[in-house]
Design a protein around this ligand. Structure first.
Ligand SMILES: [Zn+2]
Length: 200
């Protein structure tokens, strides 16, 4: 990337970014210990968003990879997956952590959760959206076995690994640096992320 804007995202922090079509977005794990819940909303709509279920249907995969164009809940192309320096695990199956999920798993919660982060960011952007789409969980390693069991693994992300995306439409992108340690998804304590933007 040439001239970028870099946004720091501490553990538990969230950021909402309005991006124009063709903007390049790099999501970086500077320390190798961070899962980033990622949402995209079509800027011109309050009902169309990046949907993991529709992408599993579109690509016939539970994990997406470089070259895939990720679609909305109406199969509109939203994001092109341009580069990935990780081992390729970015979970599409888990719901965002929330007040409900922490209570369900019996975990005390002393920090912001990703669902509340999403809700706050949508309110800040005056988007009237009342559900929490299951996010694309960048850097989160989950495995589905032959019996259908879903297993968490510690992320294998290394310091400086990144995913690069480009916008196929004008979008609101939301990134939440997940604080959850259930399943050791961040391979230890979450350590933050960076979001790099470059206008196309
Ligand atoms: Zn979370």
């Amino acid at each position: 990337m040439n001239s970028q804007t870099v946004h720091q995202l501490g553990p538990g922090n969230v950021i909402g970014l309005n991006v124009r079509k063709r903007t390049k977005v790099r999501v970086v794990s500077p320390h190798g210990h961070q899962v980033v819940d990622t949402w995209a909303f079509l800027a011109s709509s309050s009902t169309e968003y990046l949907s993991m279920a529709h992408n599993r249907t579109a690509h016939y995969r539970t994990r997406f990879s470089v070259g895939d164009v990720l679609v909305s809940n109406q199969f509109t192309p939203l994001l092109r997956f341009d580069a990935d320096t990780t081992d390729g695990f970015h979970d599409s199956l888990h719901a965002a952590c929330s007040v409900g999920s922490y209570a369900f798993f019996g975990e005390a919660q002393h920090y912001p959760n990703c669902e509340d982060n999403l809700r706050k960011t949508l309110r800040d952007h005056d988007i009237d959206f009342h559900i929490t789409p299951p996010p694309w969980n960048l850097f989160e390693k989950s495995i589905v076995d032959e019996e259908g069991g879903l297993h968490d693994r510690a992320t294998a992300t290394k310091s400086g690994d990144y995913v690069e995306l480009s916008a196929e439409r004008d979008l609101l992108l939301i990134f939440s640096a997940c604080r959850s340690t259930i399943g050791d998804i961040s391979n230890g304590e979450p350590a933050g992320a960076e979001i790099w933007l470059e206008e196309g």
